[in-house]
Write a protein that binds this ligand. Structure first.
Ligand code: G3P
Ligand code: CA
Length: 259
């Protein structure tokens, strides 16, 4: 009787014990505790032990890669800064503060707006970085920043824009690429191969099941999933074999992930 109980217990625990840990990616840094895409949110991602943080890149009027999600300043600016990032010079952007007052009040009101170079300098040797490129036309500048900080092995380039990934691949074929799609299908897996991506990043509209994971694995493609802040869902995705989980709550993810 005792051995049957023990066998039952083993059968319950073996699947979890055998499943590979999903990597945890802090979405826009540890954006639950500090303004998204800020240097403080990136430091917080390091402090919580996440192996990666993700950031978004827009382009200034001078062609500099700037770390911010939206095309405009309004949503996250602490001051009354307004305007399109691509119409503002680097000098103008240096004065902008991104404390995201609607979410954090005045707690982070002096948070600077980082360039990609600032963020990579902070990350170098401490954490890997997922660089999501939001606009075309800054591919060479982004590769230059990555090479300046010798982060080639420590970045993954994300984009919803296949032409951006193709361009990065032609400039720097050694960089790891991930194609983003909110409602990915088998066709998108084929598309990843066409553009030289090693991974697909899928959103919540994707039918993400064992068949999809197996199909991707047969094509040697990793599946990453954004944005998941629920522990039960994280566990489900890990058991399914999802390579990485992108989350605003890396603290929750780190409770069951090893890396
Ligand atoms: O990591 C992918 C995810 O960040 C894409 O969506 O809107 O948060 O940039 P968004
Ligand atoms: Ca993003």
């Amino acid at each position: 009787m005792k051995s049957i109980t023990l066998l039952g217990a083993l059968l319950v625990f073996i699947p979890n014990a055998m499943s590979q840990s999903s990597l945890i990616v802090a979405h826009r840094g540890y954006s639950h505790v500090a303004p998204e895409n800020s240097l403080t949110a990136f430091e917080a991602a390091i402090a919580v032990g996440a192996p990666y943080f993700e950031l978004d890149v827009q382009k200034s009027a001078d062609g500099t890669p700037i770390v911010i999600h939206d095309e405009t300043l309004e949503r996250t600016a602490s001051s009354n800064a307004i305007g399109l990032i691509q119409s503002l010079s680097d000098e103008e952007l240096q004065t902008v503060r991104i404390g995201y007052p609607e979410r954090f009040g005045r707690a982070f009101e002096n948070e600077p707006l980082p360039t990609l170079s600032d963020a990579l300098q902070l990350a170098q040797g401490r954490i890997r970085v997922c660089v999501e490129i939001k606009v075309a036309g800054i591919e060479s500048a982004i590769v230059a920043d990555i090479q300046k900080w010798k982060m080639d092995e420590d970045v993954v380039i994300f984009s919803f824009l296949p032409e951006v990934l193709t361009q990065i691949h032609s400039i720097a074929p050694h960089l790891k690429l991930l194609f983003l799609k909110s409602d990915a299908t088998s066709d998108d897996l084929n598309h990843c191969l066409d553009i030289g991506a090693a991974a697909i990043g899928v959103g919540g509209k994707t039918k993400l099941d064992e068949a999809f994971i197996n199909e991707a694995a047969a094509m040697d493609l990793e599946v990453w999933r954004w944005t998941v802040d629920d522990v039960a869902e994280m566990r489900h995705l890990q058991n399914l074999g999802v390579h990485a989980i992108i989350t605003n709550r890396p603290d929750l993810g780190m409770t069951f992930s090893i890396e």
